[in-house]
Design a protein around this ligand. Structure first.
Ligand code: 5AD
Ligand code: SF4
Length: 484
């Protein structure tokens, strides 16, 4: 366990070990020496800033980067005028890429002010060869580029960057490797993401994720349970099990196990209060899982179930492997087992070939399911995916009009549903001091709704009973109730 390692006492006169994670412990120790030397020269600690784009998976990866940087001796800073700035990028839609290019210009100006500054780029966008090519040629001030498969090597790459004059680029196409026991620094003391699997095998025709995150690999359940037990011992009460498609967890393990079985094991962990997971693919959501959802005391009453489209024809084109009817049937079964579950979804508008009729079917499903909220996206053409080569791309004006209509319906339904628990007392995990009003703290219900309550920092990380006095659109105002 890395907590027990004394990085100042690793023998650096030896060659680096070949085995992981020992090799990275060696490089953490080595980078630490460089950082100590550099801060001595500067007369101040070296700082870092990690800027994360994209999903929960990336957020968790950033916690790993931060864990390593802190062991190396860097001090965290929220602003980008730091000695080492890292962008952990997303590429799921084109505007995610554009944002990064835009900001790189600003980073260049920072580097001119502080020539010792290091700039690192990693994450999904770096798995695209064209992106790396563009960075090599047009953004030569970048020091380090790596991808999604080798973030565990961060310390080794930092040492390489310290010892090199040029840009270090290390991108792997794929991997079957999972390295355990590396440092990680959690953003919250009381809740944590936990990777249960990496990669994706689904190849939805619009989606770049399988190309940038590689093939599906599940972590050994023993490693997952051990990690959660340690987190709980360290004060964590809520975990979010993370995977691109958690419903297919365990299929490629030496001793295969289902996601439902994993959930039952996680449920047994004493001291763990809440379990969330993300993301579910409807095609793999089993009856066994629904049964576990129904009887669990710890799994939160919230399911994110991406629909993408309500038209069976478009779903087929998207390679989603379910029809509108199958999706609706699934929702019925889930609601029968867990009547008060909150359902949220992702929807793409303007997939190539989407007609007005297809779109109206999506609207129908939205009205029928009555989602608590939905993320709506305009289709973005991702080079390399099958959908990108389709001829019948929908015109931007039509897409915009559909998008606005969909958003309107989603919001209307969301606000009607939002107040359902008004007047009841519910358990709330208090997460932070309210950003607008320091006399309030903000927390979440099991169903993921946000609640603001008068109170102070002593409540953070606690699960308390709250009377939900008033619903204000998308959040509740409450007061602490008896028996907390
Ligand atoms: N264009 C628009 N949205 C996309 N998503 C994935 N790929 C694309 C794309 N090419 C959306 C899906 C997915 C969510 C994470 O992002 O709705 O569920
Ligand atoms: Fe997450 Fe996908 Fe974006 Fe990567 S491309 S950060 S996996 S949403």
């Amino acid at each position: 366990m890395y907590e027990n390692i004394d990085f100042d006492n690793i023998d650096l006169t030896q060659n680096p070990p070949q085995e992981e994670p020992d090799r990275q412990y060696y490089y953490i120790a080595k980078a630490r020496q460089y950082v100590q030397e550099k801060s001595r020269k500067k007369g101040r600690p070296l700082t870092f800033c990690v800027n994360t784009f994209g999903c929960q998976m990336n957020a968790r990866d950033s916690e790993k980067l931060i864990g390593i940087l802190e062991q190396i001796g860097y001090v965290k800073k929220e602003t980008e005028d730091a000695d080492f700035v890292i962008y952990n990028t997303c590429t799921v839609r084109e505007n995610a890429n554009n944002k990064v290019y835009g900001r790189l210009g600003y980073l260049h100006s920072q580097k001119k002010k502080n020539p010792d500054m290091m700039i690192g780029l990693c994450g999904c966008m770096m798995q695209e060869p064209e992106v790396v090519e563009k960075i090599r040629t047009s953004y030569r001030f970048v020091d380090l580029v790596f991808g999604t498969h080798n973030i565990y090597k961060f310390a080794e790459l930092i040492v390489a960057a310290f010892e090199s004059k040029g840009m270090i680029v290390d991108i792997w196409k794929d991997t079957d490797k999972i390295v355990e026991d590396l440092p990680v620094e959690r953003k919250y003391t009381f809740k944590s993401g936990v990777n249960i699997m990496f990669g994706c095998n689904n190849f939805c025709s619009y989606c770049i994720v399988p190309y940038v995150r590689g093939r599906e690999r599940s972590r050994d359940p023993k490693d997952i349970i051990r990690e959660i037990e340690r987190l709980v011992a360290d004060g964590v009460v809520e975990v979010m099990l993370l995977g691109q498609n958690v419903n297919s967890y365990g299929k490629n393990l030496e001793h295969p196990m289902t996601f439902a079985q994993l959930l039952e094991e996680v449920e047994k962990i004493d001291g763990l209060e809440r379990i969330r997971f993300m993301t579910s693919h409807p095609k793999d959501l089993s009856d066994e899982l629904i049964e576990v959802l129904g009887k669990s005391k710890k799994i939160c009453k919230h399911l994110h179930l991406p629909l993408q489209s309500g038209s069976s024809r478009i779903l087929k084109e998207m390679n989603r492997h379910y029809t509108k009817e199958q999706y609706l049937e699934l929702v019925k079964k889930i609601r029968a087992a867990v009547p008060d579950i909150a359902l949220t979804t992702d929807i793409i508008v303007g997939f190539p070939g989407e007609t007005e009729e297809d779109f109206l079917e999506t609207m129908e499903v939205v009205k029928e399911v009555q989602y608590d909220s939905a993320f709506t996206f305009i289709y973005s053409k991702r080079t390399g995916t099958p959908a990108a080569t389709k001829e019948d791309q929908v015109s931007p004006e039509v897409v915009k009009d559909r998008f606005d209509r969909l958003l309107h319906v989603v919001q209307e339904i969301g606000s009607q549903k939002a107040g359902a628990l008004q007047g009841t007392v519910q358990k709330v995990l208090i997460e932070e001091i309210n950003a607008q009003d320091e006399h309030l703290v903000t927390g979440r219900l099991s169903n993921n709704s946000v609640v603001h309550v008068p109170g102070g920092a002593d409540l953070i990380g606690k699960i308390v009973n709250v009377s939900l006095d008033e619903c204000k659109g998308f959040y509740y105002l409450g007061t602490l109730a008896e028996g907390r």
